[in-house]
Design a protein around this ligand. Sequence first.
Ligand SMILES: [Zn+2]
Length: 397
Amino acid sequence: MASEQSTTAILERLIGFASVSSESNLDIVSWIEDYLSQYGVASRRIPDRSGRKASLLATIGPDDRAGVVLSAHTDVVPVAGQNWTTSPFAATRSPDRIIGRGATDMKGFIASVLAHVPDFKAAATATPVHIALSYDEEVGCLGAPDLVAEIAGLRETPLLCIVGEPTGLGIGYAHKGKVARRVVVTGRGGHSALPHRAANAVSAAARIAAFLDELALRTARDGPHNAAFDPPYTTIHVGSLHGGSALNFVPDRAALEFEVRYTPGADAAALLAQVDAAIARERDRLKAQAPEADITVEDMASYPALMTAPDSPAVRAAQRLAGHAGPAMTVSFGTEAGIYAQAGIPTVVCGPGDIARAHKADEWIAVTELAAADTMMQRLASQLGKPAKVWMNDDKQ
Ligand SMILES: [Zn+2]
């Protein structure tokens, strides 16, 4: 039992679950449920519609007090096509690191949280800890909204949420939001010698792509600008454009995918309204040529931006817990943090490891990084006998 409690041993177990987003995550969820129940900690699943996936929420300590959320996702990105020198779903241990899919993104953080369940259990008399584990983060934060709604409905709203994505334990107080959409153009096919009787779907998609590029340039130039981000403005990007099969045939179908990554406070809705208007113009133009033509738009993924005030009690408390000397920073990647913040929970991004190692072959985390996360969890445990609003606002600690 003793070895089961160490962060490294738990991480090795967690890596062994191939919880790729396309697969069910119920195996890793039920292992964590069993682990928690060994310590008398009840947890509840928040399932998806298919029943193949679930988030897990466990509260340690008094549920009628304001607490701290420790948030992570259980899913990992695929390994197909990557050049792994180790087995991605069987942890490899070297003297200084653990290698395996999810080591840094973000099972190392989960392992450190779970290893400290006994400490939280013993200490949490005044501040509860909520362990919140989602699914399908890597394919667009699909699991988090239901989980966050559950947390927002707790008797007392938490005063701090730490999303343990890899920041080297630096405190991320802000990141951009994202909206990703797929545009499908249906035109009318026909012989290329008779284009006047057809409606060219590829041409319409190309005009939409050109509009998006123009809008991107205008947005970069006109702002709003926020120097805390790189680049310091909202970006608009066309990621794919497919259509057409032969030169002598007018294409009747095309599809493009684009994303908007917006700075906190930028009016993403206004930008998207401009895109919708451009798409409506193309739709009218196509329909004038072929009444059955159409353009549909579907949401692929979205998450809100994060903007927690860098001098807020949540950021300062997280800095003390992490023991990180540097100033709070923006992070370049998206997380579930914006969803928590939108629900009124002060949220930061802070976890062990380096995002540069995420999603890659031979993903790893250093043993020293895990030890630093453990120190953070111990510092948190040492505060749980006091109400959160007391220790979080005590800057002298
Ligand atoms: Zn992640």
